[in-house]
Design a protein around this ligand. Structure first.
Ligand code: GLN
Length: 478
């Protein structure tokens, strides 16, 4: 049991020092996956995982040189391509699609020696905040199965918290890594837009999507991000900005934190406020300072996000037409019916809602009123937020308004679900990096997350600040 509690770096060390075989590690995880099947976090276990582990053990036996993460088992969200494996975005429309190539992040992890154990459950096409909208069925929170794991990377977060893998990958367009990380008490980062290649990530909203790791500790998060980051000629939006050694934390004695007035205003009505207040108090006791600032457009984050993301989704999902990639309707009699019936039968309700919203905001009569306006506001908001970093090291805010909610409790009104993203979308809209770290407990002793944001491409600083707070909360640098 103790084996599966360990993270990426600790596991690699044990295997490489021959204290444990890779086969033992993989078997222990497979056993956990079986034991926690009711979570429905893993939708497919790869049958070659064990033979991959045996190959690693063979290499070790022959004293061959080992890669940095040789033998470390990970689980991957169902929208990231692994050559020869299914990648279906938890959509029944895509259930037969087999990835023809590796996503760049997968190639990089493979080159670092990672073993892929299986695919993680998610909301269909990454649209959602609860992983209740999956063709594989509802996924459950690892800490309380009557609750949602968050979404859309709910399977990835639940799998880390339940020790079903050393770490996982998720994707974040409006909060889909950070919110589930918070709900399951694990660490999840959305990197700066452009930090990680999106090649091989099935697109939701291309100008907002980023891939990131979900982990049991900060060191693993930083190491995995270091590995998957960097310019990629297959993704022209990937940045050539230098990838620093994120995992070498460079902690200062004190920090200056930015607190947004509009977030504070929202928090007045939030039951978890005392948890965040007490963190601020502890940081203050350590000599940290707080700078209060106003982002007038903060309340527009959600509308901006839902205009831009649905517009882009409408366009990205146009390629799924029953001809290529997707399942073709058996009831179609001609080519028009192939498109119409395949899409009508294939997409789930929430995905259809997003396509309708997106088509509306892009339609000629409303393009200026919605899409163009959202684009302009996005620029203004980005300017407002990035200027804040001139006077502080990092901005702090909660990840979610509350702990994980009960399964089925936000079913009736889609806007209830959209409100989940109230604190997370700002990082996607402005492109800055944001991490969620476990920061305390709320109702029923369930975990809460704190977000740390820095300016674009300041992941090294982000990890240093996050590890400062993490250590303080764990009582390590008191
Ligand atoms: N919950 C948000 C949505 O439904 C975010 C999803 C995501 O980040 N992929 O769009």
């Amino acid at each position: 049991m103790y084996l599966t509690k360990l993270g990426v770096l600790e596991t690699a060390k044990l295997i490489h020092e021959k204290k444990v075989s890779c086969e033992e590690v993989v078997k222990a995880y497979l056993k956990n996956i079986e034991a926690r099947k009711s979570l429905n976090a893993v939708i497919e276990v790869f049958e070659d995982a064990l033979s991959e582990a045996k190959k690693v053990d063979e290499k070790i036996k022959n004293n061959e040189p080992l890669k940095e993460l040789e033998g470390v088992p990970m689980i991957i969200k169902d929208n990231i391509l692994i050559k020869g494996k299914k990648a279906g975005c938890a959509s029944k429309f895509m259930q037969n699609f087999v990835a023809p190539y590796d996503a760049t992040v997968i190639k990089k992890l493979r080159d670092a020696g990672v073993i892929f154990l299986g695919r993680a459950n998610m909301d269909e096409f990454a649209m959602g905040s609860s992983t209740e909208k999956s063709c594989y069925g509802i996924c459950h929170n690892a800490l309380d199965e009557s609750r949602v794991p968050g979404g859309s990377s709910g399977g990835s977060a639940s799998a880390v918290a339940a020790n079903l893998a050393c770490a996982t990958l998720g994707s974040d367009t409006g909060g889909s890594i950070r919110q589930p990380a918070s709900y399951n008490g694990v660490y999840g980062i959305k990197p700066t837009y452009g930090r990680v290649s999106r090649f091989g990530l099935i697109a939701f909203a291309s100008s907002l999507d980023q891939i990131g790791p979900l982990t049991k500790n900060l060191e693993d998060s930083a190491k995995l991000l270091e590995i998957i980051s960097g310019k990629d000629s297959n993704d022209m939006t990937s940045s050539k900005e230098k990838v620093e050694d994120f995992s070498k934390f460079d902690m200062k004695k004190t920090y200056k934190f930015g607190i947004c007035d509009e977030v504070e205003e929202k928090m007045k009505n939030i039951v978890t406020k005392p948890v965040y207040d007490s963190i601020m108090k502890r940081l203050e006791e350590k000599g940290c300072e707080f700078v209060h600032f106003s982002i007038k457009d903060f309340n527009l984050c959600l509308p901006i996000y839902y205009v831009l993301s649905t517009a882009e989704a409408t366009s990205n999902l146009g390629r799924f037409d029953g001809v290529k990639y997707t399942v073709r309707s058996a009831n179609a009699k001609d080519v028009n019916e192939i498109y119409l019936k395949s899409r009508s039968e294939g997409f789930g309700e929430e995905v259809k809602r997003r396509i309708l919203l997106g088509s509306y905001v892009l339609s000629s009569g409303y393009f200026d009123a919605y899409y163009n306006k959202a684009k302009k506001l996005q620029q203004r908001l980005t300017k407002q937020l990035t200027e804040v970093f001139n006077s502080c090291d990092a901005v702090l805010l909660p990840t979610t308004p509350n702990v994980a909610f009960k399964i089925g409790s936000k079913g009736d009104n889609p806007v209830d679900m959209y409100l989940e993203d109230i604190f997370t979308t700002i990082a996607n809209i402005t492109g800055v990096p944001a991490i969620s770290i476990p920061c305390g407990k709320g109702e029923n002793d369930l975990p809460l997350g704190l977000q740390v944001l820095t300016n674009k491409f300041e992941e090294k600083k982000l990890y240093s600040v996050a590890s400062y707070i993490d250590a303080l909360l764990k009582g390590e640098n008191a």
